[in-house]
Design a protein around this ligand. Sequence first.
Ligand SMILES: [Zn+2]
Length: 117
Amino acid sequence: MAAAAVAPLFPIAPGFTAAMWLSQYNYYRVHKKSHLDPAWGYKFLPWHYDHHMAPDQDKNWCVTFPLWDYVMGTRMVYKGTEREKLDIERRLRKAVKNLELLIKMYQKTDDSKVAMN
Ligand SMILES: [Zn+2]
């Protein structure tokens, strides 16, 4: 959509228009890859990981490079902080608790099958 919007500028400013198209293509490519391969995103786009995983999602808007987050004051580092560590521990405890509940439910179901036979 945005690519089509700048297309009329091509005869006037071909370099600018081509840069816009390349930037948009790079944005979609990098953003998609970071969501399909979270380990890659965690390593190469930490600011984008911070956007999705940090408590304040009104920060870290940039995807390909965090320049404008620094300029606008919206960059907030989360990856590698104590807060991230505590959040990961909390999520793991919750996941373990849910797994234990599932195991108990499965065992009850399995016990009832044994009792019926
Ligand atoms: Zn994203």
